[in-house]
Design a protein around this ligand. Sequence first.
Ligand code: SAM
Length: 177
Amino acid sequence: MVVFIVKSNTAKTKFLLKDLPGSGKRIDILCRCVNSAFCLSHDIRKDVILYLCFAGKTIKFVGKELKHLTPDERGIAILIRKALEGNPTPGVYVSEKSFQDTLLESGKEIIYLDERGEDISHLKLKKDMCFVLGDHLGFDREDQKILEKIGKKISISPKILHADHCIIVVHNFLDRS
Ligand SMILES: C[S@@+](CC[C@H](N)C(=O)[O-])C[C@H]1O[C@@H](n2cnc3c(N)ncnc32)[C@H](O)[C@@H]1O
């Protein structure tokens, strides 16, 4: 089971479906991460758990339980909204767990993704790892401190990528390993 945790510095729990980036303060990034974590062409990756940490909430998506997940950002935003309103669809869970507690809950080796990290080719890849990603602003100082203590800093490309694209790259490494 591979776990991804995405930490957003800015995303809001209230947003307009017609303006996810503006009204949701970049919640569109999180929606795209849901797509990348789970969506294959005409299938869902069942062996994935994704946590989105933002605005004091943590939303957990469990691949093998997910229903009603569509690949479009708007559809994913609707699932997030339903969960936040206390009406979650199967496989989606909301808590007020902190980012730090979410890292501990994963119970897996923590790999945090950063373009300044050690190249992923030096890492012994296992399917049973937890990959942690930042948003458009990266990790703030406090998150960085926690991650430095408990995780390994790994780079997957010489370029700075979008968080959702990083998830696809990691899946590709794991699919081939
Ligand atoms: C758009 S990037 C963040 C860029 C941000 N301006 C910064 O300086 O950190 C979003 C996240 O994707 C991950 N990321 C982007 N490029 C990466 C790379 N080459 N290797 C590993 N992780 C990367 C990191 O977790 C980063 O926080």
